[in-house]
Each structure stands twice: as structure tokens, then as C-alpha cells.
Design a protein around this ligand. Structure first.
Ligand code: GRF
Length: 199
């Protein structure tokens, strides 16, 4: 099986997926930024890597098309967004419907968008966390696959809170991908998540 992981930066979620030793699976990593730190790790691990630089494409549809071409070159069964900081168009999302996952650092539907940890602190919530969801055209609002919660502690700042959440991201993303690869996780035609028990 083939998984393509899309990154823009550090790539710690990508690393957690690589280190999860997913069964029978080839992983390729594509970045929209040539200088993404995660690319160096992927190369060191001997994974296939590619760069599709958004700055080299005049329009969003042109970038999306180039990205899809790079993904399809790997025959991807599953496309995993892991800190990928470009918004993808409806055509792109439709093309990978049911095989496109994202991780978002909040308990959706709370705090979509960016700066989620600062948003959580400003709102005064006592519980925060992260969400893996199927991607749909509306930003950060696709059907939820798995979430993990962490406490917000009195002395937290956005960085300490982010670190606590990130540790959970590294647990739930490999879990979601394992379910998908085992055929236990599906997006139904009605747009709902179906999660079935393991064998
Ligand atoms: C993660 O918190 C992810 O949820 C968010 O951006 C961050 C990426 O971190 N979308 P990394 O590149 O996976 O280390």
C-alpha cells in the first residue's frame, strides 16, 4: 500500500507515522516548501520525497494540479496532511474523497483555523486536544475520525499547551492510519465516518 504524507514544516507528525512501522506500506513525503525541516528526516530514512513549491505556480488550481500529479505518481491509497499549510481546492478534495485525512490541533468543532492553542487559552477552556478528520471542502470541518483530550493547566502558555497536544497527535494519527490501512475506517457515501471493529 502507498501513503503520501504532505508537510510544510517540522514534520513531527510525519515522523510519528514513519516510526509507527505501519504494515506493508510505502511512504512518500511531499512538501510545498523546499526548506521544510521534515524533508531532511524523510530523505535520511530513505523515503521517496518531492517538492511541489506553491510559489512556482501562478494560481491555486495550477498548484493543486501539480500536487495531485506528484501524489498520483505514487499511486496513493491514502493522502495524509501533516502540518500542511496550504488550503486545497474543491477539485483536489473531491479527487481524494474518502482517502484524505488531516490532523488539527484542537477539539473540533472548537477552534478551527490557526493559533488554536492561543484561541483555547483566550476562551478559558479547561480541556483542549486534537482531531483527525476526513477532509471536505470546508476548512477544518470534515467528519471526525478520532480525538484526544488534554487538560489545560493554570500556567500554560501556547507553547506548553501545544507540546501537550502534540504528544497526543503522535498517538492518534498513527491510530487513524492503521484503521484506514486495515480497512476498518471508511467515509460513507453519505459523508459519515464508519469505524468497524478489528478482526
Ligand atoms: C501540528 O500541530 C498539526 O496539528 C498542525 O500543525 C502542526 C504540525 O506539526 N496542523 P508537525 O509539522 O507535524 O511537527
Amino acid at each position: 500500500r502507498s501513503i503520501v504524507i504532505l508537510i510544510s514544516g517540522r514534520g513531527s507528525n510525519m515522523r510519528s507515522l514513519v516510526e509507527a512501522n505501519l504494515p506493508d506500506c510505502r511512504i512518500a513525503v511531499i512538501s510545498n516548501r523546499p526548506d521544510a525541516a521534515g524533508l531532511a528526516y524523510a530523505r535520511e530514512r530513505g523515503l521517496a520525497t518531492a517538492v511541489v513549491d506553491h510559489r512556482a505556480h501562478a494560481t491555486r488550481p495550477a498548484f493543486d494540479a501539480a500536487l495531485a500529479e506528484a501524489i498520483d505518481a505514487h499511486g496513493a491509497d491514502l493522502v495524509v496532511l501533516a502540518g500542511f499549510m496550504r488550503i486545497l481546492g474543491v477539485d483536489f478534495v473531491a479527487r481524494y474523497q474518502g482517502r484524505l485525512l488531516n490532523i488539527h490541533p484542537s477539539l473540533l468543532p472548537a477552534f478551527p483555523g490557526t493559533h488554536t492553542h492561543a484561541q483555547a487559552l483566550a476562551a478559558g477552556v479547561r480541556i483542549h486536544g486534537c482531531t483527525v478528520h476526513f477532509v471536505t471542502p470546508a476548512l477544518d470541518s470534515g467528519p471526525i475520525v478520532i480525538q484526544a483530550a488534554v487538560p489545560v493547566l493554570p500556567d500554560d502558555d501556547p507553547d506548553t499547551l501545544a507540546a501537550r497536544v502534540l504528544a497526543q497527535e503522535h498517538v492518534i494519527y498513527p491510530q487513524a492510519v492503521r484503521w484506514f490501512l486495515a480497512g476498518q475506517l471508511q467515509l460513507t457515501a453519505a459523508g459519515q465516518v464508519r469505524l468497524s471493529a478489528g478482526a
